[in-house]
Write a protein that binds this ligand. Sequence first.
Ligand code: LMR
Length: 336
Amino acid sequence: MSLKACLKALAMAAALALPLNAVAAPAPIVIKFSHVVAQNTPKGQAADYFKKIAEERTKGRVKVEVYPNSQLYKDKEEMEALQLGAVQMLAPSLAKFAPLGVREFEVFDLPFIFDNYQELHKVTQGPVGAKLLKKLEPKGIIGLAYWDNGFKVMSANKPLRSVADFKGQKMRIQSSKVLDSQMRAMGAIPQVMAFSEVYQALQTGVVNGTENPPSNLYTQKMHEVQKYVTLSDHGYLGYAVIVNKKFWEGLPADIRTTLTACMKDATKFANDVAKKDNDEALAGVKKSGRSQLIALTPQERAAWKKAMDKAHKENTSRIGADIVKEVYAATGYTAN
Ligand code: LMR
C-alpha cells in the first residue's frame, strides 16, 4: 500500500473509532475551581492537591480545572459565578462572605481574636464552624471545609509601630466591615479593593499599605513595593471551600462520597502546609532585602490590640452577638 493510501486508511479508521470511544468513555464531570492567589500559596497548593486526588480516586470520572491568580474571576465576580453555576468550586477568604448576605463570617476578621492556630481550630473544626457553613445553604451554596492560611502582617512605605503611625494612611482591605472598622480604629483610611489589583495600587501609590499573611504578600511580590512590613499577627485570614449546591446535590452519590473524602484529605494537606508556607514566605521577604521587617514590642502590640478592640464593639451586633460570644468562649478573647 502506498504511503498516501495508508494514511487515508488510518484517517478513516480513526474517524470510525471516534464515536465508539465516545460511547465507551462518557464525558467527565468537570469542576471548575477558581481562586485569586498564586499556585505556590497554601490555598493554591491545596486546590492542586484536591484536583490530583479527585481525578485519581474517581478514575477520571471527575476532572478538576483549577484557575489560580484571578485568571477567570476576581473576588466579587467569583462569588456571582459560583451562584450562577459558571464555576462549581471556590475557596474565598472568610472576609468575603458578607456581600452574599452572610455577615457572620466576619467574626473571623475580628482583630486579635485568635492567638494561634489551635484557638482558630477550636472554631473552624468545632460546632460554631459547622453552624456558619450551614448558613450558606439558603444562598445556593454548600460549605465543605475550612482551609487555613495564616496571621496577617501590616505593610506600608513608612514604619508602622505605634497607632499614631497609621494616621491618614490609605490601607487596602478586603470587603469586610470589620476590617473597615479595624483600620479606622487605627486612624487609617480603608479602601476595599480586589486582591488582583493590590500590587499595582501599592506600586502606583493609590493605596499606601495593606495587610495579608506573608504567603500572599510574598507570592504577589507586594514586599517589592512596600518598604516596611510589621510582624503584628493582628488578625487571621483563611478560607471556606464552597460548592454550588445544585451541582453538588446533582452528583452521583458515589462520586459525592469520594469527593467528600478527597476534600477531607485536601483540608488536612492545606492545614499542614499553611504555617510552613507562611514562615518560608517571611524568610523570603527578609532575604530579598526589599522591605524591612519590624517586630513589635509587647507594649506596642498591646496598644494595637487596645485600639482595635473598637472593631469588636462596633461589629458585634452586625455579626451576631451569639456567634461572637461563642467564639470568645472558644478562644478566650478579652479586650486587654
Ligand atoms: C485578599 O483579598 O487579600 C485575600 O482574600 C486573598 C486570598 O484569597 O488569600
